[in-house]
Ligand binder design. Structure first.
Ligand SMILES: Nc1ncnc2c1ncn2[C@@H]1O[C@H](COP(=O)(O)OP(=O)(O)OP(=O)(O)O)[C@@H](O)[C@H]1O
Ligand SMILES: [Mg+2]
Length: 239
């Protein structure tokens, strides 16, 4: 479970302070698939970074699996993240000189335990994201869509209980996006994984149990699949 309370984030540049998150309260159940949508600059990536413990808030608290990550030291947060979270960054952040498989295995290498079984798991993952035959190719020689799929495989390689994905299908065509979303859904169902996915794409958001609409650093509206509003909302958006 993810529980966020009173979360604010200010960025200070010179004399100017901008409040990007203005008090977020949010509860995401274990095994829930949530999509976050909202205009560019509304604070979606900032929230995701905080949920992943990659940055600290200016105020407020984040609880993940009963642990207060905002009170941990940086080292504790790093260990917590490696064990519990998978992150797909908006700009992928692959290591350009490593191969596809080295990039994907990176979270496992850090733990130093590539066994035969994880090797097999990795091969399955490479196939699942549609990168067969590219495992030995260097990341800087891949197309944008291929890089995005490496980033997705890397985020899933350690079976994280929480997957935080920032525009994971932003660079994929509809067919590839659908394959990735089906993969997310199956991880989510089989492994009770919690997914928080930022997206601009209503098609992608339609895979989520709840859609959280963000506006200017606050939660504007939450729409759950079981609400009558959900289908109407999606339909309006598509119109
Ligand atoms: N490190 C930073 N320093 C200063 N300002 C920042 C920093 N990171 C983000 N911001 C500002 O915070 C605001 C929210 O940024 P954020 O990246 O969270 O938006 P977003 O909703 O993810 O947008 P997009 O849909 O374009 O990815 C923006 O105005 C951005 O300029
Ligand atoms: Mg963003």
């Amino acid at each position: 479970m993810i529980q966020v309370s009173g979360l604010t984030k200010d960025f200070i540049q010179g004399q100017e302070k901008t409040q990007v998150l203005k008090g977020i309260d949010l509860k995401i159940e274990e095994g829930e698939f949530v999509a976050i949508m909202g205009p560019s600059g509304s604070g979606k990536s900032t929230l995701l970074q905080l949920l992943g413990g990659l940055d600290l808030p200016s105020a407020g608290e984040i609880l993940i699996n009963d642990q207060i990550i905002t009170k941990m030291t940086e080292k504790e947060r790093t260990i917590f993240r490696r064990k519990n979270a998978g992150f797909v960054f908006q700009n992928y952040q692959l290591l350009p000189n490593l191969t596809v498989e080295e990039n994907i295995a990176f979270p496992l290498h850090a733990d130093g335990n590539i066994t035969g079984e994880t090797r097999k798991g990795m091969d399955d993952l490479i196939a699942a994201v549609g990168l067969e035959g590219l495992d030995k190719k260097r990341a800087n020689l891949l197309s944008g869509g291929q890089q995005q799929r490496v980033a997705i495989a890397r985020a899933l390689v350690n079976n994280p209980s929480v997957l935080l994905a920032d525009e994971p299908t932003g660079n994929l065509d509809r067919a590839k996006a659908e394959e990735i979303l089906v993969l997310f859904s199956s991880f989510h169902r089989k492994k009770k994984q919690t997914i928080v996915m930022v997206t601009h794409d209503i098609f992608a958001a339609g895979f989520a149990d709840r859609i959280i609409l963000f506006r200017d650093g606050v939660i504007d509206k939450v729409i759950a699949r079981k609400d009558g509003d959900y289908a109407k909302y999606l339909a309006n958006f598509m119109a």
